[in-house]
Design a protein around this ligand. Structure first.
Ligand code: DHB
Length: 390
């Protein structure tokens, strides 16, 4: 790439010196965006990439005199592929920032590379609490499962839910959700009567749901990653669990805006807690949703999209603050402590933990203007990740 730029300069410019040409190449600011663009987490990749491109379209591709270059790599959500992609982006492409990361194992696989190369790693999607502790170069703009889970465990016992069975995907975020929901529910006088863990790959929910039906708790609490919620909802309803008096609750991953509108009226009434709803009633969000849908054939942005959009904001503002001349450490320092209004509501990157502090909303699925939405009915303000400093 550099050689090409130099030879182009030599051919093209009489007055150009070699150093001018090298400067021209250094004038690019490269963001390596690693996402699952194919495979079971492809909706996450599609949402985050679309949001990153929207942010660039709205804010220009030149910042502090640097031309922003987005290099998208598909990791198929296989962590060894994520790791190889990150190595290549750092060594060959010489990216200034690594970003994306659809699932926790992918974010963790890249952490040592971020540390060694002193490259800021902006986690836009993955949400296990401990991710930010894997490298001092990690900043997160998504959320954490403990952050989303505890608010629901405060709400449930006040709303007739005393016994709960948890059912989570058997990896980092699911285990976080299970642990923090159970701990807080128990503290509040409720009881988790059984904890079920479902494989992440090719999950068959049927035998687990049958077990829940037999146990007959007041509610089933679910965490599954983005893209898997519709399958759980379908099987929950097909088995008549709602009719048997078992309520479905969970973090907002289950009523994912990417799929919610196709889940049907069986989803109406499901209560979840999360940091983002496409129905969030702010001007900033209305503008975001409208622009996102216009640029993406009507696709509704979900919580992954907002993580990508805000991640780009954090990168752009860090580049502005360092006037385009900072290395990884300077960029990282300028990412810490950013505070701004996101489409999700107010948001803050805690300088100590490098994690996101944000509102968590309790929401209920309702039909509005003919479409299914997560309608927020209560706000818990400025929630820090409860998984930190324990
Ligand atoms: C993770 C992935 C998801 O799709 C999600 O909704 C939450 C967490 C993760 O792997 O960290």
């Amino acid at each position: 790439m550099k050689r090409k730029t130099i030879s182009m300069c030599l051919v093209g410019g009489l007055a150009l010196t070699l150093s001018t040409c090298v400067w021209a190449d250094g004038n690019a600011f490269k963001i390596g965006l690693i996402l699952p663009m194919t495979g079971p987490q492809a909706s996450t990749g599609r949402q985050v990439e679309a949001a990153a491109r929207l942010y660039m379209a709205q804010n220009g591709d030149t910042v502090a005199g640097k031309k922003i270059e987005l290099i998208v790599k598909d990791d198929t959500s296989a962590p060894d592929v994520t790791k190889r992609a990150a190595q290549e982006l750092v060594v060959s492409d010489k990216v200034n920032v690594l970003a994306g990361f659809g699932i926790t194992p992918s974010a963790l696989a890249v952490a040592p590379i971020a540390t060694q190369s002193k490259t800021p790693q902006v986690v836009m999607a993955a949400a296990t609490s401990s991710i930010t502790e894997a490298s001092p170069y990690i900043i997160r703009t998504s959320f954490t499962l403990p952050q989303a889970s505890v608010s629901l465990a405060d709400w449930a016992p006040k709303n007739g839910i005393k016994t709960v069975v948890t059912m989570v995907s058997d990896y980092g975020p699911g285990i976080d959700a299970e642990k923090f929901f159970k701990e807080r529910l128990t503290f509040n006088g409720g009881q988790v009567t059984e904890s079920l863990r479902v494989p992440l790959r090719n999950p068959d929910f049927a035998p687990f749901l049958q077990k829940v039906r037999d146990l007959k708790p007041d509610a089933l609490f679910v965490f599954v990653p983005s893209g898997a919620g519709a399958a759980v909802m379908k099987q929950f309803l097909e088995r008549g669990m709602d009719k048997a008096g078992i309520r479905l609750i969970g973090t907002g991953d289950i009523t994912d805006d990417d799929q919610l509108n196709d889940m049907g009226d069986g989803a109406v009434g499901v209560v979840t807690s999360h940091h983002y709803s496409a129905y969030h009633p702010s001007n900033a969000n209305k503008k975001f949703v409208e622009a996102f849908q216009k640029a993406n054939k009507g696709l509704r942005p979900n919580y992954m999209a907002v993580g990508g959009y805000d991640g780009m904001r954090v990168i752009y503002e860090a580049l502005k603050a360092t006037k385009g001349s900072g290395g990884g450490d300077a960029l990282l320092a300028a990412m810490k402590g950013q505070i701004f209004e996101s489409p999700r509501g107010p948001m803050f990157i805690d300088a100590q933990t490098r994690d996101v502090v944000q509102n968590i909303y309790l929401r209920k699925v309702e039909r509005k203007d003919g479409q299914l939405y997560n309608v927020e009915f209560e706000t818990i303000k400025d929630v820090k990740d409860p998984g930190k400093n324990r």
